[in-house]
Ligand binder design. Structure first.
Ligand SMILES: Nc1ncnc2c1ncn2[C@@H]1O[C@H](COP(=O)(O)OP(=O)(O)O)[C@@H](O)[C@H]1O
Ligand SMILES: O=c1ccn([C@@H]2O[C@H](COP(=O)(O)OP(=O)(O)O)[C@@H](O)[C@H]2O)c(=O)[nH]1
Length: 784
């Protein structure tokens, strides 16, 4: 489809080869990435492809390298020998050179991250799109690391099966002066091959990707077996254009507008590089651009060809420059420009009717949590589509509900004509509520579903269980557990994983473990759920046990588990070690991990480190912004982050305002505090909560504005002030020696928290400062 469109348009995307090969990390470190929304390019876009990868396996001396040479000659693949890359490191005396030499001498395997990074570098800097990766992966760990870091799977795996005696003879005759081609090392290499490489071979065998070749015979005879393996891929191998699966070109922005004089095409890129809520998103796979829709637009003004471009003028390439801090904004900008174009065409009377376009736009609005853009998309959707297209309206429902716009979400939901025909729309509503922590509402929808006779499906239960975990009600959780068994989902791993999480969140770790034990084929979400649950319960011993089992089964902790570990780190040293581990695993760009690192460094008083992590982030969500603002609780620079957040069109939430208001209180910025307090309700529709009033009382109190602080409580608050609010006032009275108001505050606190000695002590100090010795004694007596 994409190819057909592209060739008919002869456009379109231009991007310098060098930009294609930049990695996401490079972007993070400030390199500039260019991407064009261009109209003219000499070559038609052939369709973005992920590289064709062949792994070449076999024991030492089985003839891998020899056969690779022949494959290269015949099919033009690019040969990457892992062993050669490692030997190059030795020869160049790089920082890993000595370590690699010692391992190779001993026939041992070099750590995955070293080898994978070398391969990744070669893959990314090459203009080729087809690779023979020779002598790799040596171990299951190698394989998993490659998948994780490079994000690609091999298309073909060749295994050169050769008897040991033959391999020994060949290696000892190889005569290339290699340090490991001697009988002692060779014996070790063979042992390691049997122990560690066999599982990899079995793995690909099970996946149906393995081609076993009898490696005994002449070189040509062996190649005769190889030849037919590549024949079916010949067409694919002919295409030479390479697109790096991790290059920023594939990451930003979510849409590409292709324009010619005649047509407009919106190409939507699936969100593989965006964070998703599901922890299963760890297993990212590079995907191709997807032609979403080609839209031919009839020219209202009727030009010669009868078509016009959606763009206003004949466009010239407009590069988007992605600096190291502007990722989030760039995506929003891309989204914004697409919506603006659609609005412009709508104003010209052109109606967009393709549900896929709206579904994609809404998906991106949801990913970026941009309700503002979502509302604009909403206005563009024809009413009949909203009523009849479950996919579009459900996405809108989820967006509104997850951003706290429950009423609008319900309005859209109520208008959906097919809402009772499946669980689909309900799931969106439940998911939206669960994500915005409106757990009771999410539960209510679930019960409503039953009343309306809508059957829950396997996607309903994980969402409801999440809500149930949020409420922490084990009774409701057990009832849902019974429901899901009744509905036939008692063996569904996806549902059971959510059940483990729910029981753990509701405090029943034993039940969580028994559900976990029941899961017949545990996936890595199961393992990580259990690990995270133990961590949340502070059961470190059990967590370590699970961790060991995970390692045994080749499952690594995922971003959720690592974030939980980071949240529990008690020393800066361990925090730094973990940070190093995270970087080595290439997980530093994971949103939840980076967020946890900000909190960790901020907790340890390492503000500059926290800022560094924040600045390097490729994606930011509300949690990231809140974390960095909260890290600045005693530093007026925090407000700059708040302003940046607003510019980035990220909607502050209740927590953001608690952070900025306490920052203002701590730094004595009264006017800013007042401005932000009013902005909260007027601009963002957030009604002040107890915590916000406590911050305001603290703000005025610390600044010595006792009357303002007091009247905030008695005049402004629409509900009874709690201990945090009165406590802030009492403390301010102590600092500024105001015994009159202090007495009032203390009186309320004695009623609210009769056992809190601290309040009595503060009042005594206030009296003491005011030299009211008798009152000091009176309070002392009260305490006895
Ligand atoms: N089919 C074969 N018969 C005999 N010797 C071979 C054959 N294939 C390769 N060789 C020789 O065996 C040695 C090991 O081959 P090589 O391709 O380097 O193996 P490996 O892939 O294990 O590194 C080389 O000296 C090579 O010339
Ligand atoms: O992915 C790899 C590839 C190679 N090696 C090391 O490099 C040596 C030589 O590997 P090569 O593929 O060059 O030779 P082979 O063992 O296949 O003859 C191995 O024994 C390992 O010590 C490694 O650690 N990881």
């Amino acid at each position: 489809m994409w190819r057909r469109v592209a060739s008919s348009l002869s456009p379109i995307i231009s991007s310098s080869p060098s930009s294609r090969s930049l990695s996401r990390n490079q972007a993070a470190f400030g390199l500039i990435i260019r991407e064009s929304f261009a109209t003219e390019i000499s070559k038609p876009e052939e369709g973005a492809k992920s590289p064709f990868i062949t792994f070449v396996l076999g024991g030492p001396g089985s003839g891998k390298g020899t056969q690779c040479e022949k494959i290269v000659e015949t099919f033009g693949l690019t040969h990457l020998s892992a062993g050669d890359l490692l030997r190059r490191e030795i020869a160049m005396h790089t920082k890993n050179g000595d370590m690699i030499l010692n391992l190779i001498k001993d026939g041992k395997i070099v750590p995955s991250e070293v080898t994978v990074k070398l391969l990744q570098k070669e893959l990314e800097s090459s203009n080729s799109s087809k690779f023979l990766i020779d002598g790799f992966p040596r171990t299951e760990e190698n394989r998993v690391a490659f998948e994780r870091i490079v994000g690609a799977d091999p298309d073909v795996v060749l295994f050169f099966d050769c008897p040991e005696e033959e391999m020994v003879t060949r290696v000892l005759n190889r005569n290339q002066g290699r340090v490991d081609d001697n009988i002692t090392t060779m014996k070790k290499r063979l042992k390691i091959f049997e122990a560690l490489n066999r599982p990899v071979i079995d793995y690909y065998k099970n996946k149906g990707k393995l081609y076993t070749i009898n490696a005994v015979g002449t070189v040509d005879d062996i190649f005769k077996q190889v030849l037919p393996i590549f024949t079916p891929f010949q067409e694919q191998l002919k295409q030479s254009r390479h697109v790096n699966p991790k290059s920023p070109l594939l990451c930003f922005p979510p849409f590409i507008i292709l324009r010619t004089e005649k047509m407009v095409s919106i190409v939507y890129r699936p969100s593989f590089c965006y964070p998703t809520i599901s922890s299963s998103s760890m297993k990212k796979k590079p995907r191709h651009y997807e032609q979403l829709k080609l839209k031919q637009i009839q020219d209202n003004n009727n030009n010669n060809n009868g078509f016009t471009s959606l763009s206003l003028s004949k466009p010239s390439p407009t590069p988007i420059l992605v600096g190291k801090q502007s990722t989030q904004r760039t995506k929003l900008e891309a989204l914004d420009s697409v919506i603006t174009e659609l609005e412009t065409s709508a104003r010209k009377g052109i109606t967009i009717t393709e549900p896929e376009i709206f579904a994609s736009l809404l998906e991106t609005c949801y990913t970026l949590r941009s309700i503002h853009h979502g509302a604009r998309v909403h206005r563009l959707i024809p009413a009949y589509l909203l009523r009849n297209n479950l996919g579009v309206s459900s996405k809108l429902v989820r967006l509104y509900a997850s951003c706290g716009y429950a009423e609008v979400a319900h309005e859209v939901f109520d208008q959906m004509s097919k809402r009772k025909s499946s669980a689909f729309a309900w799931n969106s509503l439940i998911s939206g509520y669960a994500e915005s922590a409106q757990y009771e509402d999410a539960m209510a929808i679930y019960f409503q579903m039953a009343e309306d006779g809508v059957k829950p499906d396997r996607f309903t239960f994980p969402r409801v269980l999440k809500a149930c975990g949020g409420i922490g009600s084990i009774q409701i959780g057990e009832a849902i557990h019974r429901d899901l068994v009744k509905e036939g989902f008692g063996y569904d791993v996806y549902v059971l994983n959510a059940l483990v999480d729910m029981y753990a969140k509701c405090g029943d770790i034993v039940k969580a473990k028994s559900v976990f034990d029941m899961i017949p084929h545990k996936d890595y979400v199961s393992w990580n759920s259990m690990l995270t649950s133990y961590l949340h319960h502070g059961l470190l011993h059990e967590a370590v046990h699970i961790f060991r089992l995970m390692v045994r089964d080749g499952v690594e902790p995922d971003k959720v588990a690592i974030s939980s570990v980071l949240a529990r780190v008690l020393s800066l040293k361990h925090g730094r070690q973990l940070h190093g581990w995270v970087i080595r695993r290439g997980m530093e760009c994971e949103l939840s991990v980076a967020n946890a690192l900000i909190v960790l460094y901020s907790k340890m008083g390492q503000l500059s480190q926290a800022c560094f992590v924040f600045d390097q982030m490729l994606e930011r969500d509300i949690v990231s912004w809140n974390a960095i603002i909260s890290a600045h609780s005693k530093d007026s620079n925090g407000l700059k982050y708040f302003e940046e957040m607003q510019r980035a069109d990220v909607r502050p939430d209740v927590i953001t305002f608690v952070s900025v208001l306490s920052l203002c209180a701590n730094t004595g910025m009264v006017e800013d505090g007042e401005r932000l307090f009013s902005l909260m309700s007027k601009e963002y529709g957030i009604n002040p909560k107890m915590e916000h009033y406590a911050c305001m009382v603290n703000l005025y109190g610390r600044a010595g504005m006792m009357q303002e602080a007091y009247s905030m409580i008695v005049r402004e608050m629409g509900f009874e002030a709690g201990p945090t609010v009165w406590g802030a006032l009492l403390y301010a009275c102590y600092i500024h020696g105001n015994a009159d108001i202090g007495e009032v505050a203390a009186q309320r606190l004695f009623e609210l928290e009769p056992d809190n000695e601290h309040n009595f002590e503060l009042l005594m100090r206030i009296y003491s400062k005011a030299k009211r010795i008798q009152d000091v004694e009176r309070v002392r007596q009260m305490m006895l």
